[in-house]
Design a protein around this ligand. Structure first.
Ligand code: CMP
Length: 139
């Protein structure tokens, strides 16, 4: 089915000017970028977005990293968009990411891993609503 998923191009990638190369990977995979904006998160926004990870040992480091530079938040649309995006991103840890994936090509470490993507339809809907209004989604 046609789905929408939420994506973040993270600070390590925007800093190295990789926004276009990463967006091209999404488009080559058949995903359409139906919303896109460059923003810089506040600490409160980062903590809220990553709230499910608040008890993890890396939570503080994760939030500080996510506010260190601008990010690009996007909504990707296409057939099985959630799974397709996860395939294009590759494993969370770039050392385990498959050849040709975004994280294999660009990520620096498990924390500085260049992209975030929703893991399920419910989280995709929540994450899209966190950053975008309906009027900003233009299929
Ligand atoms: P993301 O998909 O954005 O969701 C949570 C993030 O936590 C994950 O990508 C990783 O970048 C980050 N993360 C997971 N494990 C670690 C870790 N051990 N150290 C730092 N960051 C981590």
């Amino acid at each position: 089915a046609i789905q929408r998923t939420f994506s973040i191009i993270k600070p390590d990638a925007t800093k190295r000017n990789l926004t276009g190369q990463i967006a091209a990977k999404f488009e080559e995979a058949g995903l359409r970028i139906v919303a896109s904006k460059r923003i810089q998160l506040t600490l409160a926004q980062a903590q809220k977005f990553y709230g499910v990870h608040s008890e993890r040992p890396f939570f503080g480091e994760l939030c500080e990293f996510m506010i260190s530079e601008p990010i690009v938040v996007q909504v990707l649309e296409g057939e099985d968009a959630i799974a397709k995006n996860r395939e294009v991103m590759g494993a969370t840890n770039p050392a385990e990411a498959a050849e040709g994936t975004i994280r294999k090509e660009f990520a620096l470490s498990i924390g500085e891993n260049s992209v975030h993507g929703s893991d399920a339809p419910e989280t995709a809907a929540e994450e899209i609503a966190f950053f975008f209004s309906g009027l900003e989604l233009v299929g």
